[in-house]
Ligand binder design. Structure first.
Ligand code: NAP
Length: 280
């Protein structure tokens, strides 16, 4: 049985990996405080002690707004943490699967981004994630960098926030001029399982199929949850935030297609499934 070490195992993706992988693989589940990926020695000790075949880095500093105020904390996890894992995986000849983000792009072009398009992050979070990617690439081990977007699963996410607000407010204003692709952690975990058994290393874009705005996403959430809520479309300018977000960060899953992997189902189908079966 293959042994997989998961960092950030208590996060949204980490929990999906736990659920889907627990019967097929020997899992070593790590999160703060026992494994802080910013600590090189702790990363090396974990890999030496457990001897995994694969490391999946699901740990990250994911608070996009807070990252603007504490950039060093974001860079420590998203760049140095990723680098630490890449270094110790290379040393031990272990495959690394690292998760990155659509926020490495500026979204100015207005068409889907391929893996070979030039990134240009707008936020501290996006910049720190991009540096993490670059450090992993520079390390030169056996890595998959998988960029995903708008994740929801077991944890804090947009779907749960919308459903909570529906019980608290008569009307909800949602940004209607930022496009992306909501992606279900369960579908992403299944995709990671496909790629991790191959030697097709490199960068992948991996999201559910299709795209929408946050406003359209919210409307579908309420439709599938059978909730009557007034949703008002607003512009990004009407909802000022510290972190600048890309207007159009849709990811073309080009490399998955070219390599012959199964493409993920449409985001609406995945969302319906999540709300019916998995959204507590
Ligand atoms: N969420 C999204 O919409 C989204 C979109 C695109 C890409 N991604 C990427 O997808 C991946 C998974 O995201 P997610 O939504 O599952 O994130 P998440 O729910 O925020 O989980 C991240 C986990 O990492 C842990 N962590 C933070 N700092 C750590 C450290 N120094 N050492 C070890 N663990 C640490 C967190 O612990 P604490 O909770 O205690 O901090 C948390 O358990 C990340 O790489 C993220 O950048 C996410």
């Amino acid at each position: 049985m293959q042994k997989i070490l998961v960092t950030g195992a208590n996060g949204q993706l980490g929990r999906a990996l736990q659920r889907q992988f627990c019967e097929k693989y020997e899992l070593v589940l790590c999160d703060l405080p026992e494994l802080d990926i910013t600590n090189f020695k702790a990363c090396r000790d974990a890999v030496r002690t457990y001897g995994p075949d694969i490391v999946i880095n699901a740990a990250a500093y994911t608070n996009v707004e807070r990252a603007e105020d504490e950039p060093d904390a974001a860079y420590a996890v998203n760049a140095i943490g990723a680098h630490n894992l890449a270094l110790v995986c290379r040393e031990a000849n272990v495959k690394l699967i690292h998760i990155s983000t659509d926020y490495v792009f500026d979204g100015a072009r207005g068409t889907p981004y391929s893996e070979y398009d030039a990134p240009n992050p707008l936020s501290v979070y996006g910049k720190s994630k991009l540096l993490g990617e670059q450090l992993i690439r520079d390390t030169g081990g056996w890595y998959f960098i998988v960029r995903t977007a708008w994740l929801y699963g077991d944890g804090h996410n947009f779907v749960r926030t919308m459903l909570r607000l529906a019980g608290e407010r008569p009307e909800i204003a949602v940004v209607a001029d930022q496009y992306g692709t909501p992606t279900y952690t369960v579908d992403l975990a299944a995709l990671l399982e496909q790629i991790m058994h191959t030697e097709y290393y490199g960068i992948y874009h991996a999201t559910n199929a299709g795209n929408c705005t946050w406003y359209e996403f919210a409307c579908k959430i309420f439709e599938y949850a059978d909730k009557k809520v007034a949703v008002r479309p607003i512009t990004t300018d009407e909802y000022p935030t510290k972190a600048k977000r890309p207007r159009y960060s849709v990811l073309d899953n080009h490399m998955l297609r070219l390599r012959g992997f199964d493409i993920m189902r449409p985001w609406e189908e995945a969302l319906k499934d999540y709300i019916a079966n998995d959204c507590k």
